[in-house]
Write a protein that binds this ligand. Structure first.
Ligand SMILES: Cc1cc2nc3c(=O)[nH]c(=O)nc-3n(C[C@H](O)[C@H](O)[C@H](O)COP(=O)(O)O)c2cc1C
Length: 249
C-alpha cells in the first residue's frame, strides 16, 4: 500500500494511545495549560450578539434530523444578526467557565473538554454587519471584527477550490484548530481527536441552521495555505480545518 494512504488509515486508528512512540503530554510534565480562547486585542471592535433564546425553533430534533440536507442554493435575502448569533452559539457557545477560565463546557462536546477549535465568520450579507472577517468569542458571546473586506466571500470560494456557490452564502463559517490545546493533554493522539471534535461542532451548526429553516453545507475541500492566509493565521499553531456555508433558502 502506498505509504501516504497507510498514514491516513493509521491516523484513524487508536494505536497512538500507549504506543511505544507516544510522547509524554506536556500536562503530565507540569507545563501550564494553554488559554481556552485565542487572546484578542481588547481595543478591537466587538459586536455584542443577541442571546440564543432570541431565536427559537418550533421543529423537534426528530424533524430536524429527518429533513436535514446539504444545501448549496441560497437566496440573496440577508440573515439576521440573531440567526447568526444562534448558529455561533450552537457551534461553539460557552455554557460554563471553570475556575479562572482554565476549562470550559461548550454547546458541543470535545475530547477531554480541551476545545481546540476557533470559529471565524466570513460575512457576506447579514443585517447590521459590514462584509468582512470576524471571529466568534464564545466566552463573551461577541463577534470580534478581524477586518472589513467586501471581497471576502469570493476569496473564500476561491480558497475552497473555486466552489463558486460558496460566494453566494450569507456567511461562510470557518473552523480552525489550535492543536496545542489538545496536544497538551493527548500529545500524539491529538490530531484524530481534533478532527472528531470539528465534525461534532460543524454538525451542530448545520443542524441548528436546519432548525431555523436556513440552508447549510459542510465543506472540507479547501486549499490549506490560501485559506490560512485569508484568515491571517500561521498554518502551524493555528490552521483551518473545515467550513460550513450558510444562507437563507
Ligand atoms: C466532512 C465533509 C466535507 C464536505 N465537503 C464538501 C465540499 O467541500 N463541498 C460540497 O459541496 N459538499 C461537501 N460536503 C457535503 C457532502 O457532499 C454531502 O454531505 C453529501 O453529498 C451527502 O448529501 P447530504 O448531506 O444532503 O445527505 C461535505 C460533507 C462532509 C461531512
Amino acid at each position: 500500500m502506498q505509504e501516504k494512504i497507510k498514514q491516513g488509515r493509521d491516523f484513524l486508528k487508536a494505536e497512538l494511545w500507549g504506543s511505544a512512540d507516544a510522547i509524554v503530554p506536556d500536562q503530565q510534565l507540569g507545563k501550564p495549560c494553554p488559554p481556552v480562547e485565542k487572546p484578542f486585542d481588547p481595543q478591537a471592535k466587538r459586536i455584542q450578539l443577541p442571546l440564543p433564546r432570541d431565536v427559537t425553533s418550533k421543529a423537534t430534533v426528530a424533524e430536524v434530523i429527518g429533513q436535514r440536507r446539504s444545501r448549496r442554493k441560497f437566496s440573496t435575502a440577508p440573515m439576521t444578526l440573531a440567526e447568526v448569533a444562534y448558529l455561533c452559539w450552537a457551534a461553539q457557545g460557552v455554557q460554563k467557565v471553570f475556575g479562572k477560565g482554565e476549562a470550559l463546557f461548550r454547546t458541543v462536546p470535545s475530547a477531554g473538554a480541551r476545545h481546540a477549535l476557533e470559529l471565524y465568520l466570513a460575512v457576506g450579507h447579514v443585517d447590521g454587519l459590514a462584509a468582512g472577517l470576524y471571529r466568534y468569542l464564545g466566552v463573551e458571546h461577541e463577534l470580534l471584527l478581524v477586518r472589513p473586506d467586501s471581497n471576502i466571500m469570493s476569496s473564500v470560494a476561491a480558497a475552497c477550490c473555486g466552489q463558486a456557490w460558496m460566494s453566494r452564502a450569507a456567511v461562510n463559517f470557518i473552523f480552525t484548530a489550535i492543536p496545542y490545546r489538545m496536544e497538551w493533554r493527548y500529545s500524539t493522539a491529538a490530531g484524530k481527536l481534533i478532527a472528531l471534535d470539528a465534525g461534532h461542532a460543524c454538525q451542530n451548526l448545520c443542524m441548528a441552521a436546519e432548525s431555523i429553516d436556513v440552508g447549510a453545507c459542510a465543506v472540507a475541500a479547501y486549499l490549506q495555505q490560501p485559506l490560512d492566509d485569508l484568515l491571517g493565521i500561521d498554518g502551524r499553531e493555528e490552521f483551518a480545518i473545515c467550513l460550513a456555508s450558510v444562507g437563507k433558502k
